[in-house]
Design a protein around this ligand. Structure first.
Ligand code: FAD
Length: 247
């Protein structure tokens, strides 16, 4: 199928983009890798696509004293290729490498993925595990949203109508940190059936039925996990331990 007719409006300024998004039927566009398929299926029928990629700062990746400010329009491929400063001891690049295939990673962005909020996607769970912070802008100015409060439900975020995700602030992991990442899927590069993240002090598992769930600390598996979460947790912790032992 083809999408219904729509207008394309590349953003030049933040104020202009926010004004354009206030119009009925307007929707932000980043890499189009999730939006275009849903438009082709006519699940969404935006009147205007406001391309947010050209906005100042959305393509910047800046190292800060506490970590990294990653512009929302940075692509998965740029993270995979190490084109952004590494503040997570290789964790972000590893995750990016496992998303879809290269053509999707060349266009798909971290901001688009976080705003699409598919619970089977990689970044929403990883940003929650890293305790990242979303920086969003609306008509009323900027606000900060902790990644752990970002996903309200599958495909539903804390972003208000007309707001734009500008950047993600990712805290620096202590030097030499070990981490584990386990993604269960039928084929390499597919969306996860379930995934597990182990980082210093954090153990997280997400599954396609719901938003990411923080499950506890690396030191001990929390009680009451179901069998799938227990398996994921065990795989993620084993991988983190293997990295530690190999170092
Ligand atoms: C074949 C295939 C396989 C895939 N496999 C995986 C996978 O294994 N793991 C995974 O994580 N993902 C996977 N994806 C999804 C991919 O990662 C997309 O890049 C991502 O979901 C959307 O990013 P995008 O930049 O293309 O966003 P778009 O498609 O442009 O936008 C997605 C949504 O976010 C909104 N939006 C975009 N940017 C902003 C912004 N800055 N502010 C506010 N709202 C915004 C849009 O309006 C839209 O609703 C796959 C996609 C395909 C096509």
């Amino acid at each position: 199928m083809k999408p219904v007719a729509f207008d394309y409006a590349p953003a030049e300024t933040l104020a202009g983009a926010l004004a354009a998004l206030a119009a009925p039927g307007a929707k932000p566009l980043s890499g189009g890798q999730s939006l275009a398929p849903t438009m082709n299926l006519r699940l969404v029928r935006p009147a205007t696509l406001v391309d947010v990629k050209p906005l100042p700062g959305l393509r910047d990746a800046l190292e800060t004293p506490t970590g990294l400010r990653l512009g929302a329009a940075i692509t998965h491929a740029e993270i995979e290729d190490g084109a952004v400063p590494d503040v997570t001891c290789g964790f972000l690049a590893h995750v990016a490498r496992g998303i879809a295939y290269r053509a999707v990673r060349n266009r798909g962005t971290i901001g688009g993925s976080l705003c699409h909020a598919d619970p089977a996607a990689d970044w929403p769970s990883c940003m929650a595990a890293l305790n990242a912070t979303m920086i969003v802008a609306g008509q009323g100015g900027e606000r900060r949203i902790p990644a752990r409060e970002w996903m309200r439900a599958p495909f539903v975020t804390a972003l208000a109508a007309g707001e734009i995700l500008l950047a993600v602030e990712i805290p620096r992991l202590p030097p030499g940190s070990r981490w584990g990442y386990a993604k269960i899927n039928r084929k390499v590069g597919e969306f996860a059936k379930a995934l597990g993240v182990a980082l210093p002090g954090v153990l997280l598992a997400g599954a396609i039925e719901g938003p990411p769930a923080l499950l506890g600390s690396l030191d001990d598996l929390p009680p009451g996990l179901d069998a799938q979460h227990r398996q994921l947790a065990a795989v993620a912790v084993t991988r983190a331990a293997a990295m530690r032992d190999a170092a």
